[in-house]
Design a protein around this ligand. Structure first.
Ligand code: SF4
Ligand code: SF4
Length: 77
């Protein structure tokens, strides 16, 4: 399975303490137009599976607990 390991830097980070995916939230997964976000079933936290982000940020904006941060690279700001 292709997952983002700790050694790979991806632009979306999720605060595991704030993410409520274990309570059924899939907002960020649902709003992402590229389907690059998944819920990690191992820990019940959202995760960026592929680094093909458009930096469109609805995932960050719509997250009900502000758990998700999109780290927009300087070049595309
Ligand atoms: S929208 Fe926020 S709380 Fe919901 S699964 Fe995504 S990161 Fe977790
Ligand atoms: S910024 Fe856009 S493309 Fe990137 S993970 Fe969020 S919704 Fe998906």
């Amino acid at each position: 399975m292709a997952t983002a390991s700790m050694s790979v830097k991806v632009p979306v980070s999720v605060d595991a303490d704030k993410c409520i995916a274990s309570k059924g939230c899939t907002v960020c997964v649902d709003v992402c137009p590229l389907d690059v976000l998944v819920i990690d079933m191992n820990n019940g936290v959202a995760l960026m599976q592929y680094d093909e982000c458009w930096y469109c940020t609805p995932c960050e904006v719509d997250c009900p607990t502000h758990a998700l941060t999109v780290d927009i690279p300087y070049l595309v700001k």
